[in-house]
Design a binder for this molecule. Structure first.
Ligand code: ADP
Ligand code: MG
Length: 548
């Protein structure tokens, strides 16, 4: 459908053309007239199908530019998304006098207040900061006549619901309430009547919840080999821009640190970081200054970054909706993308639940071998080298070096091989098994019988091998200790066999050690009383509690 047929005013149509949109997407074609008609709306369509413009375009038609007061509220679950949605509003209002502003935590409030003072009709914000402005009376709601919840299922989830209710209760007028998301679990649909009257459900139905522009696959990976597998996948598929999701902030820190040490151009985003840094990292990723962004679910919803070619789930998300949103950062607006999910033994059940939920089979693939990684490296190298040879004009300075070496008795072939060896790092194939197979018994064992109710599950030890506890130790490479010092100290202090200690992951400032569950408490007690290389140590159960 053409935007011309949708009763949109000329100034906004002109902006839409500037944005490069020629035809309305399906959700836009249906939602725009429905919102213009004034009814409450629940809009659902797959990730990357243009839901932002689907609500922004019609809602702007209803704004009275002569009233310089907030008339539309848009609520988003993350600060980054609020900034992005605000930018989309700003593009659409380019030829009008309507003003939009983003309000979100982590940015000095006075800066937002000075923008608000100039008169803003559309406020896009995160609930906490919006309430803050309401309390300070720097945002007044008397002219508000519509509210939009982007990522509505998340906004009506327990974490945000109370805030949303507080905001809604403070709006004095009858308002139009608009909900949009790619996922709408029944539990949320069941409560929307509390917030809407006679809503129109606009659902662009597909059999699958995920778009067919994403090539999805998963791998069975032993937990302690996940980093190795991640690196192999990055090296083989070599995506220009990719996002790696982990389930916890600490896992994000670990993966980022190791990838940076290995020379990958990457950075991270999670909730413990300063907001200025978060936005600048995202900016660097948007511009391609870094090619890999490692993130918690804070980046899972709504973010629209051009040309993300791949999404890696380093951990399987706990919640099926989040799988849809995470991988939905690629394959947007008709472009192609891939997703790679690393599934450890304890996550096998979760991936089968996801497959059921999205109603699409995800094929399991074999982990690429070292030979495969080498072959890809060689191909790329040959291509670059061939380009250099073809394009080199001034080779005189270098030719002399070859003849000097020839004079010393080295053949040109030998010289070339030596250069290759110092330029191209190839690994030996070791045929190490990084994967696992599950037997029928294990798959039952992993399954429902063994499953504790949500919330009661042992979150603290997620990611460890079965029967092992993952412990955090406040000593790492920077303290000039080696793995053997740590094994020695644990074995010596707590009288357990060195051979019973599982994987040890050492970082600059700390180390994770796996020990059999039954010894965990003894080991912690013994270690907390001891020193390693003269340094007092603290050891505790690795806290991977889920917070973004
Ligand atoms: P969603 O909210 O459904 O995940 P977005 O609103 O973030 O999707 O839009 C995804 C991408 O599609 C954005 O880059 C946006 O600019 C682009 N887009 C939106 N509408 C159109 C359209 N009608 N034609 C072409 N591209 C569009
Ligand atoms: Mg969106």
């Amino acid at each position: 459908m053409n935007f011309n047929e949708l009763n949109i005013s000329d100034n906004i149509l002109k902006a839409i053309t500037d944005m490069g949109f020629t035809e309305a997407t399906e959700i836009q074609g249906k939602a725009i007239p429905a919102i213009l008609s004034g009814s409450d709306i629940i809009g659902q369509s797959q990730t990357g199908t243009g839901k932002t413009a689907a609500f922004a375009i019609p809602i702007l038609e209803k704004v009275d530019p002569t009233i310089k007061k907030p008339q539309v509220l848009v609520l988003c679950p993350t600060r980054e998304l609020a900034v992005q949605v605000c930018n989309e509003f700003k593009k659409l209002t380019k030829y009008t006098s309507i003003k939009s502003a983003a309000v979100y935590g982590g940015e000095p409030i006075y800066r937002q207040i000075s923008v608000l003072k100039r008169g803003v009709q559309v406020i896009i914000g995160t609930p906490g900061r919006l309430m803050d402005h309401m309390n300070r009376k720097t945002i007044k709601l008397e002219h508000v006549n519509s509210i939009i919840l982007d990522e509505a299922d998340e906004m009506l989830n327990m974490g945000f619901r109370e805030d949303i209710e507080t905001i809604l209760n403070k709006i004095p007028n009858e308002i139009q309430t608009i909900l949009f998301s790619a996922t709408m679990p029944k539990s949320i649909l069941d409560i929307t009547h509390n917030y809407q009257s006679n809503p129109k459900l606009i659902k662009i139905t597909r059999k699958e919840l995920t778009t067919d522009t994403i090539d999805q696959r998963y791998y069975h990976v032993l937990e302690h080999h996940k980093l190795e597998v991640l690196k192999r996948l990055i090296n083989v598929y070599n995506p220009k821009l990719s996002l790696i999701f982990c389930n916890t902030k600490r896992r994000v820190d670990e993966v980022t640190e190791i990838l940076q040490e290995n020379g990958y151009a990457c950075d991270k985003i999670h909730g413990d970081m300063n907001q200025v840094v978060r936005l600048s990292v995202l900016n660097k990723f948007n511009k391609g200054v870094i090619s890999i962004l490692i993130a918690t679910d804070v980046a899972a919803r709504g973010l629209d970054i051009q040309n993300v070619e791949a999404v890696f789930n380093y951990d399987v998300p706990d919640n099926e909706e989040y799988y849809v949103h995470r991988i939905g950062r690629t394959g947007r607006a008709g472009k192609k993308g891939s997703s790679y999910t690393l599934v450890s033994k304890s996550e096998t059940r979760r991936i089968s639940n996801i497959i059921k939920y999205i109603k699409k089979d995800i094929p399991r693939k074999k982990i690429p071998s070292i030979n495969k990684v080498n072959a890809v490296k060689i191909d790329t190298y040959i291509e670059t080298l061939a380009n250099t040879i073809d394009e080199s004009a001034d080779i005189g300075k270098y030719e002399g070096i070859i003849s000097k070496l020839n004079d010393k008795g080295y053949s040109s072939d030998k010289i070339a091989i030596a250069l290759l060896m110092s330029n191209l790092e190839l690994q030996e194939e070791n045929n190490k098994n990084l994967s696992y197979e599950i037997t029928r018994r294990q798959s039952n064992f992993d399954g429902t019988r063994n499953r504790q109710p949500r919330g009661k599950r042992d979150n603290n030890n997620r990611g460890r091998e079965k029967g092992m506890a993952r412990l955090y130790l406040n000593i790492g490479k920077n303290h000039k200790v080696a793995v053997r010092d740590i094994v020695g100290a644990i074995a010596g202090e707590s009288n357990i066999k060195g051979s019973s200690i599982g994987s040890i992951d050492m970082y600059d400032k700390y180390t994770f050690v796996e020990v059999p569950d039954k010894y965990a408490n003894n080991v912690i007690d013994a270690m907390n009383k001891s020193r390693i290389k003269g340094k007092n140590v603290t050891m505790e159960v690795a806290n991977t509690k889920k917070r973004r």
